[in-house]
Design a protein around this ligand. Structure first.
Ligand code: GRF
Length: 210
């Protein structure tokens, strides 16, 4: 039985595309929803026959009203999993708790370092030698929550923030489909705020090869 997956985007949606293109066994992408009418990823999804919806946050007086309506739009698709893929909105605690243990986010840093925006420049400015991305379950605290997987890349001496973002993005496109696949096959269990891995992840195995 397929699990229904709803993906939320705000922009180009390259992570959404990587998940759709992975044709994950056991996952049905039932809708792509954007808070921005001009999100490039919407047309891409429509061309592939995926249902899309737009809920413009500017039409709402406050965060609570937007999130309540968004929840209704999402729940109409009876999701087993909600995937935040470049969804650039801070979500209310009620919304996060409604999807507890069934909502994922990808963040372009090695959490818990560099939460929030401008992560790539922040890692460069801090003189880090490695950077990366993190897939995690969403909790009410921003860029927090049980970590599912992480991938690391080097920061090279002349990197701009854009160079680093591009290097990390290729890893995001590997990690996120894998995390969705792991979720739908029931391989992710949360205990004491941590995701328990029976074995090293693919990203960890690559590093173990050193
Ligand atoms: C990604 O870097 C993701 O980690 C961050 O926002 C960006 C979205 O890119 N949360 P895309 O829309 O998936 O291409």
């Amino acid at each position: 039985m397929n699990k229904n997956v709803v993906i939320l985007i705000s922009g180009r949606g390259s992570n959404m595309q990587s998940i759709v293109n992975a044709n994950i066994i056991g996952a049905k992408i039932v809708a792509v929803i954007s808070n921005r009418p001009d999100a490039g990823g919407l047309a891409w999804a429509q061309e592939r026959g995926i249902a899309t919806a737009v809920l413009n946050h500017r039409d709402f007086d406050n965060r609570e009203a937007f999130d309540a309506q968004l929840q209704q739009v999402i729940d109409a698709y009876q999701p087993d999993l909600v995937v935040l893929a470049g969804f650039m909105r801070i979500l209310t605690a009620n919304f996060c708790l409604h999807y507890q243990n069934r909502m994922l986010n990808i963040h372009p840093s090695l959490l818990p370092s560099f939460k929030g925006l401008h992560t790539h420049q922040a890692a460069i400015d801090a003189g880090c030698k490695l950077a990366g991305c993190t897939v995690h379950f969403v909790t009410p605290e921003l860029d927090h929550g049980p970590i599912i997987s992480q991938g690391a890349v080097p920061i090279l001496p002349d990197d701009s923030a854009d160079d680093l973002a591009a290097r990390i993005l290729t890893v995001e496109h590997q990690l996120y489909p894998q995390a969705v696949a792991d979720f739908v096959t029931g391989r992710l269990s949360v205990q004491d705020g941590k995701v328990i891995n029976a074995q090293p992840t693919d990203a960890q195995n690559k590093l173990l090869a050193y």
